[in-house]
Ligand binder design. Structure first.
Ligand SMILES: Nc1ncnc2c1ncn2[C@@H]1O[C@H](COP(=O)(O)OP(=O)(O)OP(=O)(O)O)[C@@H](O)[C@H]1O
Ligand SMILES: [Mg+2]
Length: 84
């Protein structure tokens, strides 16, 4: 499945230049560190990579973040996305 196209369609968005750059840097095939401002769309491309790993590579994904509250918030959001 083309997860890039699917994520664009479902969210009715186009990726911003930072996100395009991360994808072109080989997000799906290598280790990429993304450093960019708050709310610039880092988590979205992290989710994109996770989706590609689960759907197209049949791999498991571990999502780690520094705060328990943030992990809980993302867990609720991921669950909502899956159920929709
Ligand atoms: N290309 C895009 N077009 C429109 N909205 C977007 C795009 N990318 C991300 N968003 C939305 O912008 C908001 C911020 O995105 P996101 O949470 O991925 O940013 P972030 O860089 O991870 O922020 P933080 O540094 O706070 O973790 C979210 O609501 C997300 O859905
Ligand atoms: Mg984030």
């Amino acid at each position: 499945m083309d997860v890039i196209q699917k994520v664009k369609e479902i969210n009715s968005i186009e990726f911003n230049p930072m996100q395009e750059k991360a994808i072109k840097a080989g997000l799906f095939d290598s280790n990429v560190i993304v450093s960019s401002p708050t709310a610039s769309g880092k988590t979205l491309i992290g989710e994109l990579t996770a989706l590609n790993s689960v759907i197209n590579k049949k791999k498991k994904v571990i999502y780690a973040c520094p705060l328990k509250a943030l992990a809980s918030e993302h867990f609720r959001e991921f669950k909502k996305s899956i159920l929709n």
